[in-house]
Design a protein around this ligand. Structure first.
Ligand SMILES: *Cc1c(COP(=O)(O)O)cnc(C)c1O
Length: 426
């Protein structure tokens, strides 16, 4: 009996019944998510078959890594999945921020300007760009930055974008997911419309999409919408929870090669870089990514539905279309934010016995509280929640390698909040 095991895991009858009533309503929604996961799964399978992934590809290389066919084949598989000319997929790219910094620094030159037409970029990129002064930033290399803010309703401000493009504008960065900003995440169709408009203003712009958290949520990816590059982290969606490290850059050959020459060295590019035994996880993670992303989406929608029913503002709203796996819930007090994160931690398979505390995380301006009892440290495709300790105390929540785990974790948060008198069941 499901109730019994839920009870053993600290979910009382009332909270369980509340969860059941929400799940009943979500059945058609979950079915649509499964259909999309099926299409994504077959897309990945097709790419692997077409590139003739073999057992030998799952092996390892050391030292320089010359002629690592597993690595080179994986990059061709990624290129196919993203409908891109080329791909750079490496464990030497340490995280998403590194991948984005690499794509920017390798394709911009002194005197160039970078434009964000979607407002402020992700917190860690502020230091990459030099919006907040930082050693080694683009600003230090004489690369300037400009942004056009979104309109009040979250849509693109085309006149402001047009006014921001000038003779120095060389690159554009479009962040698909909202990150820690209080705005919506963009669909690939919306990004396509934005790219078309940018090309109308200046055709030779190099357009990069920060694709973090977006992979496999929709049936198309940004390169198919006209982006020159899409960039992301392997410890989010695309790693399927198995990749222990890494980032990717996919897109136009010249752009990807520029990134490769910057990652390793001019003259060496993609030829070096040992795979150090992580290829099996990279292949298998990619293979699992569509269904893992589906589990994360179900968890996010379940959470939005629970909290909306309890009277909280959620972003996106429960029935809004999804463009990434992030769910924000406006919790309004530090006590609720803390209780939510403690519950997610307590629901984890690893480190469930520890209590998360807010800390000064490198790259972030405010203190951040994070809950993650993950198999891969810091992996945010695994059930995880975090939020900067600032008004309006939004919790940003994501992941769930399996739907049963994600749904349980969300009920655990409701249990903690109601138990502590911080929220009431409807
Ligand atoms: C996570 C994320 C990043 C940075 O990735 P890290 O792996 O944390 O460095 C950048 N942009 C967005 C939108 C993200 O979600």
């Amino acid at each position: 009996m499901r109730e019994n095991i839920y009870k053993e895991l600290g979910i009382d009858d009332k909270v369980f019944a509340f969860g059941e009533s929400i799940r009943e309503k979500l059945k058609p929604r979950f079915e649509a998510i499964d259909d999309r996961a099926e299409a994504g799964q077959l897309k990945v399978l097709k790419a692997m078959q077409e590139e003739q992934v073999s057992e030998a590809c799952l092996g390892s290389s050391t030292g320089y890594g010359y002629g690592d066919t597993g690595r080179d084949t994986l990059e061709r598989v990624y290129a196919r999945v993203f409908r891109a000319e080329d791909a750079l997929v490496r464990p030497q790219i340490t995280c998403g921020t590194h991948a984005l910094a690499l794509a920017l620094m390798s394709n911009l030159r002194p005197g160039d300007e970078l434009l964000s037409p979607v407002g402020k970029p992700y917190d860690t990129l502020e230091e990459v760009i030099g919006i907040r002064p930082s050693r080694g930033s683009l600003a230090e290399y004489g690369i300037s930055y400009r942004q056009a803010d979104l309109k009040e309703d979250g849509s693109f401000d085309y006149p402001a974008i047009k006014a921001a493009v000038n003779e120095r504008t060389r690159m554009v960065t479009i962040q698909r997911s909202k990150g820690y900003a209080d705005r919506k995440s963009f669909s690939v169709d919306e990004i396509e419309e934005l790219i078309k408009s940018l090309r109308g203003i200046k055709p030779e712009l190099i357009i990069m999409v920060d694709n973090c958290y977006g992979e496999f949520v929709l049936d198309r990816e940004p390169v198919e919408a006209g982006a020159d590059m899409a960039v992301g982290s392997l410890i989010k969606n695309i790693g399927g929870g198995l990749c222990p490290i890494g980032g990717y850059i996919v897109g136009r050959k010249e752009c990807v090669e520029n990134a490769a020459y910057r990652l390793t060295s001019p003259g060496l590019g993609k030829e070096v870089g040992a795979s150090l035994g992580v290829l099996r996880d990279m292949y298998q993670g990619l293979f699992l990514a569509p269904t893992v992303t589906a589990a994360a989406l179900k968890t996010a929608i379940f959470a939005a539905s629970l909290y909306d029913a309890m009277g909280f503002k959620t972003h996106p709203l429960p029935d809004a279309p999804r463009n990434d796996i992030i769910q924000a819930i406006r919790l309004e007090t530090p006590e609720r934010l803390t209780a939510f994160c403690e519950a997610v931690q307590a629901a984890a398979p690893v480190d469930s016995h520890v209590r998360p505390e807010a800390w000064d995380m490198p790259g972030y301006e405010d203190q951040v509280i994070m809950a993650a009892g993950a198999f891969i440290s810091g992996s945010s495709i695994e059930l995880s929640a975090d939020g900067p300790l600032r008004e309006p105390y939004n919790v940003y929540f994501q992941g769930g390698l399996t739907a049963p785990h994600g749904l349980y974790g969300m009920l655990k948060t409701v249990q903690y909040l109601t138990e502590r008198g911080l929220a009431e069941l409807p």
